[in-house]
Ligand binder design. Structure first.
Ligand code: SF4
Length: 270
């Protein structure tokens, strides 16, 4: 057993592995079966699991719900841009669907805010949801291999190499923000972006706030795709002069299921 594998098993914990299916899981680690081929995300693992340092950037997003209600094409543009950049497959069978950013009804996004007598726009339209890049992310704590980790800027990233497909993170995420590759996704990717890794069967994935673009000084693909409308605004929550902070100061915003204590970094203008 080489040093890397020994270290990995130390991190994962043999008891956890036994609970996940014993030798079958260890076999997957040894052979690499079901793992992603490559990751361009900066940083891998434990060193990124620490909370964001004071003074560091902390990224967040504001979503203006009414703009998506008024122009449903905004949602399509945002989803299309995200999926193209990140090689998200398009499965016809919804049971296999891989979700990074998707549209849903208000009552699905905000079950804590039921209203039997919704206005017509709320009752009939959809709004985008995605990983909330929580400040207190249960998915990071649940991952036995540190495949899910937190960057210093608050973005919750994934190292596909480390994912063993246990799906503990999926069980831990109260927002359903994660998807599991039940099938090989590659034949279902229309146009492969060579600058971002595709995944394999047996790996979990989710929105990564376009960390690879953000770290290069660019906006997330979805934000860029609808930039004229300002329906999505991305920025540094730690900067009181940032556009996102100004919006949060002026507009009434809500987060998804705040009572869970996950502290989402995605805010919705209602
Ligand atoms: Fe993790 Fe879910 Fe929060 Fe995203 S929304 S950081 S996957 S708990």
């Amino acid at each position: 057993m080489d040093t890397n594998r020994r270290n990995f098993l130390k991190v994962a914990g043999l008891s956890t592995l036994a609970g996940l299916g014993g030798t079958a899981v260890v076999d997957r680690l040894v052979t690499g079966a079901g793992m992603a081929q490559a990751s361009t995300e900066a940083g891998h693992g434990a060193e990124h699991a620490a909370p964001a340092k004071a003074g560091a950037n902390r990224y967040g997003m504001v979503i203006d719900i009414k703009k998506f209600y008024q122009d449903p094409s905004l949602g399509e543009k945002a989803i299309h841009a995200c999926h193209q950049v990140h090689n998200v497959p398009n499965f016809q069978d919804k049971r296999d669907e891989i979700k990074w950013i998707w549209m849903t009804k208000f009552e699905n996004a905000f079950p804590e805010k039921p209203n039997l007598y919704r206005d017509e726009a709320t009752a009939t339209n959809t709004l985008p949801i995605l990983c909330n890049h929580c400040d207190n992310p249960p998915c990071v704590r649940a991952c036995p291999t540190k495949a899910t980790f937190r960057y210093e800027d608050g973005i919750i990233g994934m190292d596909y190499h480390r994912c063993i497909g246990c799906r503990f993170c999926m069980a831990a995420c109260p927002y359903g923000s994660r998807s599991f590759n039940w099938r090989d996704p590659r034949p279902f990717i229309a146009h492969v972006n060579q600058d971002y890794p595709s995944r394999t069967r047996g790996v979990v994935e989710k929105c990564n706030f376009c960390v690879e673009l953000v770290q290069a000084g660019k906006l997330p693909a979805c934000v860029e795709a609808v930039s004229d409308s300002k329906a999505l605004v991305f920025g540094n929550l730690n900067d009181p002069n940032s556009e996102i902070r100004k919006i949060l100061k002026e507009a009434h915003t809500i987060q998804r299921n705040p009572s869970l204590g996950t502290l989402p970094s995605v805010f919705y203008i209602v």
